[in-house]
Design a protein around this ligand. Structure first.
Ligand SMILES: Nc1nc2c(ncn2[C@@H]2O[C@H](COP(=O)(O)OP(=O)(O)O[C@H]3O[C@H](CO)[C@@H](O)[C@H](O)[C@@H]3O)[C@@H](O)[C@H]2O)c(=O)[nH]1
Ligand SMILES: [Mg+2]
Length: 194
């Protein structure tokens, strides 16, 4: 972390109730040559990973459906969101995380995944970097019903749907999760299911 355009970075903890919210003040060198003091609230909940699971024979994908309170508070009528399987890295590397999350959330045990992108989720407010994966699944990889961890009160529906239906949902506004949109578009562009 070095940048000659910033100095005097100071962090004040506002909340560590569950994850970390800091108030960060710093001096920033404008293009004009003037130093200005700025403040940002920065939420740190670690990094995450998400995966589009696809089956080339059946031409299907696996998505999840779960309640997301922040979306309920902002315009998502019933608060349920259709998403790719995803989770937070915790202490794992991204590959290990997404293999673990795939089994927990949708019940498939993957051997291989392919990393396609890394991107910041919401760069103005969050530190979170998201690792994007795609992975091929077959029926024989199914080891459980998935659904998420009871210990974390996860209550996840597993949706195995035709890829064409997922693309329709993308185009008619039924899929409104950025990662899911990015991954479905990747599948379209790279003809993953053809
Ligand atoms: N008590 C409590 N529990 C929480 C809180 N925030 C999260 N949790 C618990 O932590 C679990 C995290 O589950 P994961 O599957 O690891 O993460 P995720 O919520 O699916 O997050 C994924 O999607 C997010 C939204 O796009 C991403 O931000 C994240 O990086 C990750 O990819 C949640 O199910 C929930 O039980 C909180 O504020 N309080
Ligand atoms: Mg999850």
């Amino acid at each position: 972390m070095s940048n000659k355009h910033i100095k005097n970075i100071k962090k004040t903890l506002l909340s560590d109730n569950y994850y970390i919210l800091n108030k960060v003040t710093f001096d920033y060198l404008m293009k004009s040559g003037e130093w200005v003091n700025q403040m940002r609230e920065v939420y740190d909940r670690g990094d995450g990973a998400g995966i589009l699971l696809y089956n080339t024979k059946k031409k299907t994908v696996i998505l999840t459906k779960q309640f997301r309170m922040p979306t309920f508070l902002n315009d998502n009528k019933d608060g349920f969101l259709v998403e790719v399987a995803a989770g937070m890295l915790d202490k794992d590397n991204p590959e290990a995380c997404i293999i673990r999350e795939t089994e927990e959330e949708v019940g498939y045990r993957l051997k291989e995944v392919k990393k396609i992108y890394e991107a910041y989720s919401s760069p103005g407010v969050m530190t979170e970097k998201m690792h994007f994966f795609v992975g091929e699944y077959t029926d024989d990889m199914k080891v459980s019903d998935g659904g998420g961890l009871d210990s974390e009160a996860e209550d996840i529906d597993v949706l195995e749907i035709p890829f064409d239906k997922a693309v329709d949902m993308l185009h008619n506004g039924k899929i409104v999760d950025t990662r899911t949109i990015v991954l479905l578009q990747y599948a379209i562009i790279h003809k993953l299911l053809e």
